[in-house]
Design a protein around this ligand. Sequence first.
Ligand code: ADP
Ligand code: MG
Length: 138
Amino acid sequence: METITNNSKETQKLGEDFAKEIKEGGMVCLSGDLGAGKTTFAQGLLKGLGCSGPFTSPTFTIVKEYKVESIKYKAYHMDCYRIKKEDMINLGWKEIIAEPKNIVIIEWAKRIKNIIPQKAIWIKFEWIDEEKRRITFN
Ligand code: ADP
Ligand code: MG
């Protein structure tokens, strides 16, 4: 499924609506270049899950953990831009993915693709112009 968003608000709303698809747990891998809208979508998704902000980008922190109010599990927003899979393993990857009810959102997941479970959902972000993005779900 493919959607075009016309501004960042629409991408955020798409993320917010996507929360209902993943609220029982799972992994969402967001791929696409810098500025394609991955963080914007993730912020909407975290909001849709009922997490409390601020939803700052995990570019520097690598892993940000949020409590999901409606369930007793957690949401994780990760950014693999600066790291290798060994780093992610050291950051508690195994424990995080061992709980199927956790919600794991990963930017730049291709950098650690060898450790991404088969059942992960992939969403591709493409820059069309200043305000338009193509977002493809598989
Ligand atoms: P990424 O995490 O993929 O690097 P970000 O979400 O951090 O991307 O940045 C996207 C940038 O593009 C933001 O500055 C945002 O305001 C802008 N933008 C413009 N149009 C859109 C759109 N349709 N969807 C998402 N972001 C958009
Ligand atoms: Mg980002």
